[in-house]
Design a protein around this ligand. Structure first.
Ligand code: C2O
Ligand code: CU
Ligand code: CU
Length: 504
């Protein structure tokens, strides 16, 4: 049975009639390992082994709605959290137990989703993980239902909030929309020594948007072109937190640490609290910032993460709503009590040594652009004008440092993600895209340095329109073939993804 997709991005379900803040915020459970297995890279050593099934999973997104059909990991959306420690490797067997037909509109004209291929395919990638290429979840190394793959995660990296998600070529946007993602936390002693709020005072918030049909089922928009349903972007009007619409969380009048992930296909968020109170940003994609940053608004593009402290000690007995512009996401209900001392985060978190641009072995200038695809008359998004199947053009040497200049010729912000590595943002240089397109001249204005909130290690960067975004990357870890792409999943699906190869 196939759900009938609607052609517009507004839920037919009357969201405004749904009672708000009636469901408690679900917290994804922390998964326990199945047991121990030999470490494939260190004979004689035993390491944790996890087994996780990808399967169809009904999810009750709201008290007053029937369960929605979704695809989840180990029976939930988001999947269970994998809690790990830096330097402690582990193995995960990802078992594809999905149905053989997709319930969302597969576009067989897209690269990697050709009609002769199995309709349902899946491969899991841990976003932000430094892993050997064989376990990175290369988009074409998918499994079909009934198969499984075991990947090795060495975890040789700093504490950070990573996340796992499907990456199957040509249908990743549908698989993630269906619910195939979860958190992967890396901890270490340096972070623990800061004594940040922990245990029940550390709460993950996985935010994602969806479109719902009148009967409360997921709906994914389609184009007007018969046989080619791909659409260029999807922005739903129903915003979920940890898989619920408008949940609430009872909190004590104290500081909480929230680990926030934007797991949307495309929607960016601008998070704030309804009472206008400030909060502290402690970390971003790849871990802690050098120092906390006080913010009243937090921008989070698709795939970005934020490590945030919210102090409820001064709002005893009040209700505070988490918002993104006009949207209400969830409510915090602060218990009654006596007002305590305001929370002061540690003044220093973790040093982030800036990489000296003079150390770069080379600088690559790479365009981000939209093209009209003559062949089927729709937009095609390319990285440096190249399609997925063209030969690998970015071949950095293992251990070398490079500067990548992302020249955005479009009107969109593209969250650009590189697998394997972490990087720093150097700056954003304004330039004239029209001039470049007509004459090839790249005249660059005064560079804009990243704010303190972008001074940490990143794995996804907002390449803004009218800007050349410069990142500096050390290609450390492993040699092999990985990918880089726009994390607007609809863009990535229509060729805004390229291989790169670290040469050892
Ligand atoms: Cu979130 Cu290619 O990854
Ligand atoms: Cu990734
Ligand atoms: Cu994009």
């Amino acid at each position: 049975m196939h759900a009938v997709p609607v052609q517009h991005a507004t839920s037919l379900l009357h969201l405004e009639r749904l009672a708000r803040f009636v469901d408690p915020l679900p917290i994804p459970r922390v998964l326990a390992p199945e047991g121990l297995r030999p470490d494939p890279s260190q004979p004689g050593r035993q390491i944790d082994f996890y087994r996780i099934a990808l399967a169809e999973t009904p999810v009750r997104v709201h008290r007053d709605l029937p369960p929605a059909r979704m695809w989840g990991f180990a029976g939930s959306v988001p999947g269970p959290t994998i809690e790990t420690r830096g330097q402690e490797p582990l193995l995960v067997e990802w078992r594809n137990q999905l149905p053989s037909r997709h319930f969302l509109p597969v576009d067989h004209t897209l690269c990697g989703a050709e009609p002769e291929l199995p309709e349902v395919r899946a491969v899991v990638h841990v976003h932000g993980a430094r892993v050997p290429a064989a376990g990175d979840g290369y988009p074409t190394e998918w499994t079909v239902p009934g198969e499984s793959k075991t990947f090795y995660y060495p975890n040789r990296q700093d504490a950070a909030l990573l996340w796992y998600h499907d990456h199957a070529m040509g249908i990743e946007r549908l698989n993630q929309y269906a619910g195939l993602f979860g958190l992967f936390t890396v901890r270490d002693a340096a972070e623990e020594n800061l004594h940040l709020p922990a245990g029940k005072f550390e709460i993950p918030l996985v935010v994602f948007d969806r479109i719902f049909s009148a009967d409360g089922q997921l709906s994914y928009p389609i184009s007007d072109t018969p046989g080619a349903p791909w659409v260029s972007e999807v922005y739903g009007d129903a915003l979920l937190v940890n898989g619920k619409l408008f949940p609430y969380l009872d909190v004590e009048p104290r500081a909480y640490r929230f680990r926030v992930l934007n797991a949307s296909n495309g929607r960016p968020y601008c998070l704030s609290l309804s009472n206008g109170q400030p909060f502290h940003l402690l970390g971003t994609d790849q871990g802690l910032l050098p120092a906390p940053v006080e913010l009243r608004q937090l921008s989070l593009a698709a795939a970005e993460r934020a490590d945030v402290i919210v102090d409820f000690s001064q709002v005893v007995g009040q209700h505070v709503t988490l918002k993104s512009q006009a949207f209400e996401l969830m409510q915090f209900r602060v218990a009654a009590g006596t007002r305590g001392k305001p929370y002061r985060p540690p003044a220093r978190l973790r040093p982030v040594v800036r990489i000296d641009p003079a150390m770069a072995a080379r600088t690559r200038t790479l365009t981000l652009n939209n093209y009209m695809d003559g062949h089927n008359g729709r937009m095609l998004m390319l990285l440096d004008g190249k399609r997925w199947h063209e030969p690998v053009s970015e071949r950095p040497e293992l251990g070398s440092i490079e500067i990548w200049r992302l020249v955005n010729l479009t009107e969109d912000t593209h969250p650009i993600h590189l697998h394997l590595v972490r990087f720093q943002i150097l700056d954003r240089q304004p330039f004239d895209a029209d001039e470049y397109l007509t004459s090839g001249a790249l005249n660059v204005g005064k560079p804009v340095s990243p704010g303190p909130d972008e001074m940490g290690w990143k794995d996804t960067v907002r390449a803004e329109p009218g800007m050349i975004t410069r990142i500096i990357v050390r290609f450390e870890g492993y040699a092999g073939r990985y990918v880089w792409h726009c994390h607007l999943l609809e863009h990535a699906a229509n060729e805004m993804m390229r291989p790169f190869e670290v040469v050892g």
